[in-house]
Design a protein around this ligand. Sequence first.
Ligand SMILES: [Zn+2]
Length: 362
Amino acid sequence: MRIGTCVSKKGKISSGFLRVSYKSKSTKLPIKIIRGDENGKTAFISAGIHGDELNGIKIVSTFFKKVDPSLITGTLIIVPILNPIGFHYGERRVRYDDKDLNRCFGKDKNSFSYKLAQTFMDSVVSQSDFGLDFHDSNKNYILLPHTRIFDKEYKEVDELSRIFGTEIVMKRKFKQGFLASESMKLHKTPVLTVEIGGGMSVSSKYLNEGIRGLNSVLAHKGMLDAEVLLPEKQFILSDRLGYKSPIEGILTINRRLGNVVERNENLAEVYSPIRENSSIIRAKNPGILFSIKANSHIKANERALSLLHFKKQKDEIIPTEAKVILNQATSTIHIYTTGIFNKAMDLMKSHSKDFFEALLNE
Ligand SMILES: [Zn+2]
């Protein structure tokens, strides 16, 4: 296989670049191809479509630096950064034409970002059986790790999300121009979107979670000699509830990502240094802190955080609107029981009577 200047060699990791040029502008995408000794599936792993999403870029880079090619079956194409221009400036978009690259796939239009998207689609996606595309929340927010699937059923994407093994899976609309949508439409290549962390800050905990998911998917697909490790439960959600700041000011968040919160709990304070007043943001219902603003300056009506709310179903507490998947150990699947939700559920069970009453009164 050859992509740009990168030529695969059996049992080796090869390096090279794929050049993309449009009029006077150009960029080079770094490419790695890991070719196993045995033939098998071809998959791509990419990150950095948005230049300010560093966790994905770091996960993908750490993976190819650590992986032993003798454990690989088939061919892995690795593109750690799809938007080097955005990365250079620390921003989401491609500065050459001010486009969001993840809205430019599958569109026959003239401009640098469309050309970049089309080059990636033709050179990488078209020859892959499946792909994993890593994102994070962007420079402004930090998110709990989750994968994204479509609101319509796409079996192969749903399967990738289950095996990647985040406790949270979010549904979203199948939109034109997304890498994951257009790969499916144009080449029938399922692509899983992974979201981990954010705030232009790399977390080692999330890094490990990303590598674990990557290993599980590749092991499941018969491409890597590794364990498939899944949580006991996975929750498929369609939404979270955002909480906005009523005033402009300095934001102090009192809880951490993944913390369980009670109804009316004080989640954050916004202080206006000009009016010398404060506003408190309280939980409308019990839930788990799902995303937080990464820096402390906040405008009026800007989102400060979001919560996954809960409801009581039989004897279980599950997130509102969630579908629960129970995973069981098999000869190839191992189960871990130390996730955020298990901790949260334990904490809730030890919580006050009020907590349950709040759920029942909804
Ligand atoms: Zn992104």
